[in-house]
Design a binder for this molecule. Structure first.
Ligand SMILES: Cc1ncc(COP(=O)(O)O)c(C=O)c1O
Length: 472
C-alpha cells in the first residue's frame, strides 16, 4: 500500500475526482442509459491474472461515471439530497485510508472518543437536550429499528430479547399516515408486525392528529393489546410536515409509551435558532435521529442517533463474547453496545472536518441560503398562472401542482403535472421527483445541494415557465 501511495496512482485517483467535479455541472444530472447496459458491459468472469490499476481506473471513467446519477450536481433537487463537501471528502478519504474499525474503544481509541465528542458538538449545535448522548449509525432506518427494539425491550422488561414474544399481547406502535416507510419496516424487522403499526390520521397540515392517537391507544388497551411506542416525524418525506411533539409527548406520558422522533432531513436546519419552534416538546423524547448526510454537507453515510438514556441501549445491545473481551471496560464507551452492528465505520472523522472547517457560522450561512433560495423559487413559481402549493411550504421543500384554467378535474391536474415533471427531467439540467398526497400528484423541489445557487434556481424557474407555456 505504501509504495502505491508514493507513486502516481494516487495522483491519477485524485485527477479522476477533480475532473469529475470540474465537469459536473455540464453533465446531465441523470445518465442516459438503458437498464442492463452497465451490467452487459462487464465481463461475466472475474480476471484470473491481475489487471493494472490504470486499466481499472480507465474503465471507471468509461463504464461507471457515465452511468451515475450525479447527486452532487447543483441541479439535483430530487428526493432529499445526500450532499457532500471537500472537508467531508477529506475526512472520508483519511478514514478509508487508515481503514480502522470503530467497534470498541480498544479497537481504536481515537475513533471512539472523537465520535463521543462529535455527538456532543452536534447535539449542542442543533439545540438538542444537553443530557442526550448519541452514536453514529449508517442510516435513519437503522436508527429507527434500534429505537423500536430498545422500546420493545423496555416495555416488556427484556422479555422478548430473552424469550421471544410468546405469551405477550400484541405490541402496538403508532406513527402518522405520512411517516417514512422506515418506521413500518423497523416494526416488521423487530417482530412487531406491520399489522400492528397504527398509521394515525393527520390534520389538514399533515401533522399527526393527536386526538385520534389518544383514542386509538385507548381502543387498543381496551382490546387487550400492548401499546409501546410512538414514532413522530419532524419533517415528513413528502411535504416536510411537522408533528406536534408537545401534544404527542403528553399522550406518551399518559400511557407510558416510548417517543422516538424522526427528523432525518429537517434536523439539520435546527442549527438555526429561528427554525427550532417546531422542536417544542423535544425534551420528552426517548430517542431521536437526523441525518447529517442529507443536509449538513457530510457525505453518506452519517446518521446521528440520540437517546435520552444510553442504558436503554446498553441493556439491550451489550452482548459479550470471549473473543471481544476488552482490555479495559470500566468507564469506556464501546459503540458496538449501542446498536446492532459489531463492525462500524470511522464516520466521526468526516464530521469533525465538516464542523471545524465550516464552523457553526459557515453551516448556518449555508442552510439559511438554501431557505432563501427556496423562498425565491416559491415566489417565482406561484406568481405563474396555474401553479399552486396545496400545503404550507416548510423550510426548503416545495410541493406544487399545475392547474391550468382549461382543466377541471384532479385526474387532469395530476396528469398534466406528471407530464411537466417528465419534461423538466428530460431537459437534463435538473432532477426533480414527485409524490402523491391525498390523491394529488405533486412535483417536489428541494434546493439543498451543497453547490446550488441563485443561477441554478433562476434557470429552473425559466425552464418551468417555458414548459408551462406549452401546457397552458
Ligand atoms: C423522514 C425520513 N425518515 C427516514 C428516512 C430514511 O433515511 P435513511 O435513508 O437514512 O434510512 C428518510 C429518507 O428520506 C426520511 O425522509
Amino acid at each position: 500500500m505504501l509504495t502505491e501511495l508514493r507513486d502516481d496512482k494516487w495522483k491519477a485517483l485524485l485527477d479522476l475526482l477533480q475532473h469529475y467535479y470540474s465537469a459536473l455541472s455540464d453533465q446531465s444530472v441523470k445518465p442516459q442509459v438503458v437498464p442492463g447496459s452497465v451490467y452487459a458491459s462487464l465481463p461475466e468472469q472475474l480476471p484470473d491474472t491481475p489487471e493494472s490499476f490504470e486499466k481499472v481506473l480507465s474503465d471507471t471513467r468509461q463504464l461507471i461515471m457515465p452511468a451515475l446519477t450525479h447527486w452532487q450536481h447543483p441541479g439535483f433537487m430530487a428526493l432529499f439530497p445526500s450532499n457532500s463537501s471537500f472537508p467531508s471528502l477529506a475526512g472520508e478519504v483519511i478514514s478509508s485510508g487508515v481503514a480502522i474499525n470503530a467497534m470498541m474503544w480498544d479497537t481504536s481509541p481515537a475513533a471512539t472518543e472523537l465520535e463521543q465528542r462529535m455527538m456532543e458538538w452536534l447535539r449542542d449545535l442543533c439545540g438538542l437536550p444537553s443530557h442526550w448522548q448519541g452514536v453514529l449509525q449508517d442510516t435513519a432506518s437503522t436508527a429507527t429499528l434500534t429505537a423500536v427494539i430498545a422500546a420493545r425491550e423496555k416495555k416488556t422488561t427484556h422479555r422478548v430479547k430473552n424469550d421471544g414474544f410468546s405469551g405477550l399481547p400484541k405490541m402496538i406502535l403508532y406513527t402518522s399516515e405520512h411517516a417514512h416507510y422506515s418506521v413500518e419496516k423497523a416494526a416488521m424487522s423487530a417482530g412487531i408486525g406491520r399489522n400492528n403499526v397504527r398509521k394515525i390520521q393527520c390534520n389538514a397540515d399533515l401533522s399527526m392528529d393527536t386526538d385520534a392517537l389518544r383514542m386509538q391507544v385507548e381502543a387498543d388497551l381496551q382490546d387487550g393489546h400492548l401499546p409501546f411506542m410512538v414514532c413522530a416525524t419532524l419533517g415528513t418525506t413528502s411535504t416536510l410536515a411537522f408533528d406536534h411533539l408537545q401534544e404527542i409527548a403528553a399522550v406518551c406520558n399518559a400511557f407510558d409509551l416510548w417517543l422516538h422522533v424522526d427528523a432525518a432531513y429537517a434536523g439539520s436546519a435546527f442549527i438555526l435558532e429561528e427554525e427550532r419552534g417546531v422542536m417544542a416538546g423535544i425534551g420528552a423524547a426517548d430517542s431521536y435521529v437526523f441525518n447529517p448526510h442529507k443536509w449538513l454537507f457530510t457525505q453518506f453515510d452519517c446518521s446521528a442517533f440520540y437517546v435520552s438514556d444510553p442504558d436503554d441501549l446498553l441493556t439491550v445491545f451489550s452482548v459479550s463474547a470471549e473473543y471481544l473481551k476488552a482490555t479495559r471496560e470500566q468507564g469506556i464507551i464501546n459503540y458496538k453496545d449501542w446498536g446492532i452492528p459489531l463492525g462500524r465505520r470511522f464516520r466521526s472523522l468526516k464530521l469533525w472536518y465538516v464542523l471545524r472547517t465550516f464552523g457553526r457560522k459557515g453551516l448556518q450561512d449555508k442552510i439559511s441560503r438554501h431557505l432563501e433560495l427556496a423562498r425565491t423559487l416559491q415566489q417565482r413559481l406561484t406568481a405563474m398562472d396555474g401553479w399552486i402549493m396545496p400545503y404550507p411550504m416548510h423550510m426548503n421543500v416545495l410541493c406544487l401542482q399545475y392547474r391550468p384554467e382549461r382543466l377541471k378535474t384532479l385526474a387532469e391536474w395530476n396528469e398534466v403535472t406528471r407530464n411537466i415533471l417528465d419534461e423538466i427531467n428530460s431537459d437534463g439540467r435538473f432532477y426533480l421527483t414527485g409524490t402523491t398526497v391525498e390523491e394529488m400528484f405533486l412535483i417536489r423541489i428541494v434546493p439543498a445541494q451543497t453547490e446550488v445557487s441563485r443561477d441554478t434556481i433562476e434557470a429552473l424557474a425559466e425552464l418551468i415557465e417555458e414548459i408551462t407555456m406549452r401546457y397552458a
